[in-house]
Design a protein around this ligand. Structure first.
Ligand code: ZN
Length: 473
C-alpha cells in the first residue's frame, strides 16, 4: 500500500539532491506536473532533480522502503499522461533534466553513450559532429529527452528506414525500484545470452525501472538527400506511390508521410513561416524523402525517376521538389507542424493507430465516414507515417461547436474508431504508448494471457508498486 511522503522523508530526499534541486514552490513544480494536452493536471509535494544514477539510486531505495510513489519524467512531451503525477499530491516527480551529458561518441564503433536527460536534438547534433547519423526524429525533438524516447519506445518519421527506438538502443543503465543499478551498457551488435532485459525497459514507460543512460546505435550519415512534396488524389494513390518508391529506392527511402488538405490549410493559417509548396490545392499530400550514400545529385536522380514513373502511371498529380536545404527544411517544417496547428482550431479528439500498411486506404475511408456520421460537421485530420501503417487519426471539432461538449465525447469516438482498427487487426497505440490515457483500454486489446504476463513482470521488477503507479497497468 503506497503512503503519502512524510515531512521527515521529504527532508531526506532533499539531502540526497541538495536543496537547489528539490523543488516545492507551486510555480517551480508547475512545468513538471502539467502536460501539453492539458488532460492530466497533477499535484506533487516535490520535484527531485538528481545529478547522477547514484542519486537516483538513493532516492528509489528510500522511496521503496517508505512505499512512496515516484513518477519519472524526462522532457515532459508525452501525449498519454505517462510522465505526470496524479492529483493526490502524494507522488514525487523525479526529473532527469539535469543528467544531460553525452559521455562518448565512438565514430568507428558507430555508438553514442548518453545520459537519459539529453535532449534528442543534442544527441542528433553530437552524432552529426562525428559524421554519423542518429536517425530518431520527431516533432518534439527540440525538447524531448532521450530517456523518455527510450521509455516510450518513440517512433517518429524515420521508423520506415531505421526502426523504432527499440531498434536503436544497444545498452541501458537502469535504476531499479529497490535502488539497485543494472549496468546493461553493452555496445554489442550480437548478444544471445538469455532474456534481453533491456527491451523490457524500452517502452516500459518508467514502470519497471528508471533508465539513466544508454548506448545508442549510429548509422552512416547520408551524403545526399532529396525531398518532394507531392499532390495526390487519395490514400490509395499514396500507397501506390509508396510501393513504387520502396521498389526503386529500397533502404534509401527515408521518409514517406501522408497529409490531408485540411492539415495544409491549418498549417498555412497557424504555422509561422509556412507556406503551401504547391500552386493548386490537392485533396492529399505526400512528403517523400530519398537519401543517398553518395550525393544530393544521386538522391535527386532516384527521386525524379520515381516521380516520372508515377506521373506516367497517373498516380501523382503534381509535385514540388526541394531546390535547397532551406526548401527541404521548409517541407519537413510543414509535416512536423501538423500536430500543433490543430490546437487553435478548437477541441481535437486523438487516435494514434496502426493497421497493416496495405489496409491504410480502406481503414481511412471507413473511419472518416464513421466519425462524420457520429458527429456531423467534425473535421478529420488524419496524417502520419503511411510507410509504417501508422496514422494520427485526429478529429477537430465542428466550426463554432462548444469545445467542452465536443471533447466530452472523446471515449465514445475512441470506441468507434478503435472498433474499426480492431477489425483491421491494428493497434490502438502505434507509437505514443499507454500511460494513463489508454490504460483502461489495454485489457480489452491484449487479452488475459498477455495481461497476466505483464502483471507478473511488473510484480517481479517493482513488488511494492512505487514506480509510476497507475500507468500502463
Ligand atoms: Zn507520429
Amino acid at each position: 500500500m503506497l503512503q503519502p511522503p512524510s515531512p521527515a522523508l521529504l527532508a531526506r530526499f532533499v539531502a540526497i539532491v541538495g536543496p537547489a534541486h528539490a523543488l516545492t514552490e507551486a510555480h517551480a513544480t508547475e512545468p513538471y506536473r502539467t502536460e501539453q494536452r492539458e488532460r492530466f493536471p497533477g499535484a506533487t509535494p516535490m520535484v527531485l532533480r538528481p545529478g547522477s544514477a547514484h542519486e537516483v539510486s538513493q532516492i528509489l531505495a528510500l522511496a521503496n522502503e517508505a512505499r512512496v510513489a515516484i513518477v519519472p519524467q524526462s522532457g515532459n512531451t508525452g501525449l498519454v499522461g505517462g510522465q505526470v503525477p496524479d492529483k493526490s499530491g502524494n507522488e514525487i516527480v523525479l526529473s532527469l533534466d539535469r543528467m544531460t551529458k553525452i559521455r562518448a561518441v565512438d565514430a568507428e564503433g558507430y555508438t553514442l553513450t548518453v545520459e537519459a536527460g539529453a535532449i534528442l536534438a543534442d544527441v542528433q547534433a553530437a552524432a552529426e559532429h562525428a559524421d554519423r547519423l542518429f536517425p530518431l526524429s520527431l516533432g518534439a525533438e527540440g525538447s524531448c529527452r532521450i530517456g523518455g524516447n527510450i521509455s516510450s519506445n518513440a517512433g517518429g518519421t524515420a521508423v520506415l528506414a531505421y526502426g523504432n527506438t527499440r531498434e536503436l538502443v544497444l545498452g541501458v543503465e537502469v535504476v531499479l525500484a529497490d535502488g539497485r543499478i543494472w549496468e546493461g551498457m553493452g555496445s554489442l551488435r550480437k548478444d544471445n545470452t538469455g532474456y534481453d532485459l533491456k527491451q523490457l525497459f524500452i517502452g516500459g514507460e518508467g514502470t519497471l525501472g528508471i533508465v539513466t543512460a544508454a548506448v545508442l546505435k549510429l548509422f552512416p550519415r547520408p551524403k545526399g538527400q532529396a525531398v518532394a512534396f507531392v499532390a495526390i488524389a487519395d490514400p490509395a494513390a499514396a500507397l501506390s506511390l509508396f510501393n513504387l518508391a520502396r521498389d526503386r529506392a529500397g533502404h534509401d527511402l527515408t521518409g514517406f508521410e501522408l497529409m490531408p488538405r485540411i492539415g495544409m490549410e491549418f498549417v498555412v493559417k497557424h504555422l509561422s513561416g509556412a507556406r503551401d509548396p504547391l500552386a493548386a490545392p490537392s485533396p492529399w499530400y505526400v512528403l517523400m524523402e530519398i537519401s543517398s550514400g553518395h550525393s544530393d545529385e544521386a538522391a535527386s536522380a532516384t527521386l525524379e525517376d520515381i516521380l516520372a514513373t508515377a506521373f506516367e502511371a497517373g498516380v501523382v498529380a503534381d509535385a514540388a521538389i526541394a531546390q535547397s536545404l532551406a526548401d527541404r527544411k521548409a517541407f519537413w517544417h510543414i509535416r512536423h507542424g501538423m500536430s500543433e496547428v490543430q490546437k487553435p482550431e478548437g477541441g481535437s479528439i486523438k487516435h494514434d493507430v496502426s493497421v497493416p500498411v496495405a489496409q491504410v486506404p480502406a481503414f481511412l475511408t471507413e473511419a472518416v465516414a464513421a466519425v462524420e456520421a457520429f458527429i456531423p460537421g467534425c473535421r478529420p485530420v488524419p496524417f502520419g507515417h503511411l510507410g509504417d501503417g501508422n496514422i494520427h487519426f485526429n478529429v477537430s471539432q465542428p466550426i463554432g461547436a462548444d469545445k467542452e461538449s465536443y471533447l466530452a465525447r472523446w471515449e465514445e469516438m475512441n470506441a468507434l474508431v478503435h472498433g474499426i482498427v480492431g477489425r483491421y487487426h491494428g493497434s490502438i497505440s502505434a507509437e505514443h504508448g499507454i500511460g494513463r490515457l489508454k490504460r483502461d483500454l489495454l485489457p480489452g486489446v491484449k487479452g488475459e494471457v498477455a495481461m497476466s504476463l505483464m502483471r507478473g513482470i511488473k510484480a517481479a521488477f517493482d513488488p511494492n508498486g512505487i514506480l509510476n503507479p497507475g500507468k500502463v497497468l
